[in-house]
Design a protein around this ligand. Structure first.
Ligand code: NAI
Length: 327
């Protein structure tokens, strides 16, 4: 199989190149993202391999079909950037990596909670400037406080385990609760009302888009800590900014951002940033914004490459596609 990789960085090749060669794939690595303008680069290939911010919408799929591409290999878990219905109609199968390292994401989410609570990011900057004053860096003990976990899938469950280690009370919300999970499921409003710390671990769907909005924020306790390592559009950014201005939050940790496509994973340090919400978010001292890196561990990258290429092998050999994504 000939696979065209889009939106690749040097770190993608570390595992994909040797593993893919061993498995007999012909691969080419493009830096550009997949969209309707760049789809043509996959001419004479069988499959495209894409990541979270590639655009596999209806128009892109139409061009991929014209090029006889039969497979889209997502090297990530989320698939909100693929028009699954259009892919199905075009006869293009979509495969993903449903789980590579839930630990990596949950550990990172906990890192954001700890940093937001104890202002570690601010302390780091201060001591670099030989400022050893600790005014404004006070946090709270997490032990005995209440954490709200939205989405109790693989990452949410790992998060619950970590939070239990901190001896926090845990509330969870998921429309598909898991009976065997030792956690108190509550409705969303109750979670918003009672949690001191809220961590989002649900996928982006039409039901979860802007699940954090003016209304839900108004239900939350003053001084709550909010962490989003899932997808940016779970949060209505302008409602979040309004609440930050009103000093609603002790801290907010964002590894994802609603309009991240143009910025995240790229060095924009010499550019004028035209996204005013992004600049505004970055300006709040109590917001830690990172560039979609929660997944980024050696273990996760190795697993992503292995499962993506195993998915491709299963297609090539006509085997059962256990990681297929259907509309
Ligand atoms: P998963 O599929 O195992 O779990 C998702 C859970 O969310 C399921 O239990 C599902 O029932 C629940 N859910 C569905 N609709 C919901 C709703 N309306 N409200 C609350 N919960 C709902 O997925 P996993 O592996 O735990 O990943 C969760 C999300 O994390 C992914 O969808 C992806 O967006 C994000 N992610 C972010 C990464 C990063 O680097 N920042 C890396 C990997 C995943």
């Amino acid at each position: 199989m000939k696979i065209m990789f889009y939106d690749t960085k040097p770190y993608d090749k570390i595992w994909f190149q040797p593993m893919g060669q061993d498995m007999g794939f012909q691969m080419k690595f493009q830096e550009v993202k997949l969209n309707e303008d760049t789809a043509v680069l996959a001419k004479n290939y069988d499959a495209v391999c894409i990541f979270v911010n590639d655009d596999a919408g209806k128009n892109t799929i139409r061009i991929l079909k014209e090029l006889n591409i039969h497979t889209i290999l997502l090297r990530c878990a989320g698939f909100n950037n693929v028009d699954l219905k259009a892919a199905q109609e075009a006869g293009i199968q979509v495969l993903r990596v449903p789980s590579y390292s839930p630990e990596a994401v949950a550990e990172y989410a906990m890192g954001l909670i700890l940093a937001a609570n104890r202002k570690i990011h601010r302390a780091y900057v201060r001591t670099r400037d030989f400022n050893y004053n600790i005014n404004g860096l006070m946090g709270i003990d997490l032990v005995g406080k209440t954490a709200g976990v939205i989405g109790t899938g693989k990452i949410g469950q790992m998060m619950i385990d970590i939070l239990k280690g901190f001896k926090m009370k845990i509330l969870a919300y998921d429309p598909y609760p898991i009976e065997s999970l030792e956690v108190e499921y509550v409705d969303l409003d109750t979670l918003f009302e009672r949690a001191d710390v809220i961590s989002l671990h649900c996928p982006l769907t039409k039901d979860t888009r802007h699940i954090i909005n003016k209304r839900s924020i108004s239900k939350m306790k003053d001084g709550v800590i909010l962490v989003n390592t899932s997808r940016g559009a779970l949060i209505n950014t302008s409602d979040l900014i309004d609440a930050l201005i009103r000093q609603k939050f002790t801290g907010v940790g964002l590894d994802v951002y609603e309009e991240e496509d143009e910025y995240f994973f790229e060095d924009k340090s010499d550019d004028i940033i035209r996204d005013e919400d992004l600049v505004r978010l970055t300006s709040f001292r109590n917001v830690i914004l990172t560039s979609h890196q929660a997944f980024f561990t050696k273990d996760a990258m190795e697993a992503i490459a292995r499962v993506t290429l195993e998915n491709a092998k299963a297609v090539e050999e006509g085997r059962e596609l256990k990681n297929i994504v259907l509309p």
